[in-house]
Design a protein around this ligand. Structure first.
Ligand code: P6P
Length: 327
């Protein structure tokens, strides 16, 4: 019989162990993360069944972003809202699928001491193509649950206490940081490689890019050393960021003259991924400023984003872009 590990370290056990570092830890974050994990497991099972259970295709609705909402989107959103509410540990929820924040009355249920911002099914436009899609989430502490409001999430990304994503692909992986490094669901510590010649951006937008952005990507495609970067772009942020986290390189969704602030949402796409990348030893910038220093002015605010390996930020970039990206 192989020497099979029987001392199983689950996500809950790992986080509980990690959380006991904090003297006032009472297991609230562990319980909250367990409710998120439960939601991810259920959504993963539905994504796997989606072709069979007629869960793909449009649900005949559009979300606050005006995007066609697919049935799995609705199911994922409802699943996470219900799972988070029943944890009794949240008092504010912000979802990409809901125009307004959701204030939760946790009285009698629990402490309500957290706010969760999430994209329940990121990359959902790829569902029918079988591309890996996922859930992205960030967690803020709520100082006064009895008077919770969106002000509890309109705070700099660096004030998040935890962030993570689940990717629903050939297998389901959950990657999480509570500000003490990054761990995968199998709890293998994740560190992004210092460098890898891969760039990941939607070149179809290059017509609309400003000059520094064009120069930056040209410096990767036509480098002085004659060894260009490889292009990899899936169009599902969770899948593109996961590849960047595991292999290295850079992922970007720059601003352009079509989308002045880029396309990706600051609170529940850029912040969680920025926190994960920094905790894994990488960087995350708007192209000018550190993403996690930004204070959002709206729960659905957008931001340009460049994230990835430290050294790929500095190699051969355009002069003015290098000033922007280096921080
Ligand atoms: P584009 C998916 O729709 C998404 O929100 C992210 O997952 C992804 O990174 C981005 O949009 C892709 O956008 O314009 O390249 O199709």
């Amino acid at each position: 019989m192989d020497n099979i590990e029987t001392n199983l370290i689950t996500l809950s056990r790992h986080v509980l162990h990690d959380q006991t570092r904090h003297s006032n830890a009472r297991g609230d974050l562990t319980l909250l993360l367990t409710s998120i994990q439960l939601g991810c497991k259920f959504v993963a099972s539905q994504v796997r069944r989606s072709g069979l259970a007629n869960l793909t295709g449009l649900a005949g609705k559009t979300n606050v972003q005006g995007e066609d909402v697919k049935k799995l989107d609705v199911l994922a959103n409802d699943t996470f809202i219900n799972s988070l509410k029943s944890s009794g540990r949240v008092s504010v929820l912000v979802s990409e699928e809901n125009e307004n924040e959701i204030i939760v009355d946790s009285k009698g249920l629990g402490t309500g001491k957290y706010a969760v911002v999430f994209d329940p099914l990121d990359g959902s436009s790829n569902i029918d193509a079988g591309v890996s899609i996922g859930t992205i989430f960030g967690i803020y502490h709520v100082s006064d649950p009895a008077n919770a409001s969106k002000r509890d999430v309109l705070k700099a990304g660096k004030e998040m206490v935890a962030a993570g994503y689940a990717m629903y692909g050939s297998s389901t992986t959950l990657v999480l940081t509570t500000g003490n490094g990054v761990n995968g669901y199998t709890l293998d510590p994740i560190k992004i490689p210092e460098r890898h010649k891969i760039y990941s951006v939607n070149e179809g937008n290059s017509l609309f890019w400003d000059e520094p952005t064009k120069e930056y990507f040209n410096s990767l495609k036509f480098p002085a050393d004659g060894k260009p970067y490889s292009a990899r772009y899936i169009g599902s942020m969770v899948a593109d960021v996961r590849r960047t986290l595991l292999y290295g390189g850079v992922f970007a969704y720059p601003a352009d003259n079509k989308s002045k602030n880029g396309k990706l949402r600051l609170l529940y796409e850029c912040f969680p991924m920025a926190m994960i990348l920094e905790q894994a030893g990488g960087k995350a910038s708007t192209g000018r400023d550190r993403i996690l220093d930004i204070v959002p002015d709206d729960i659905h605010a957008r931001s340009p984003i460049v994230l990835g390996s430290k050294l790929d930020f500095q190699c051969g970039v355009a002069p003015d872009m290098s000033d922007k990206v280096k921080n």
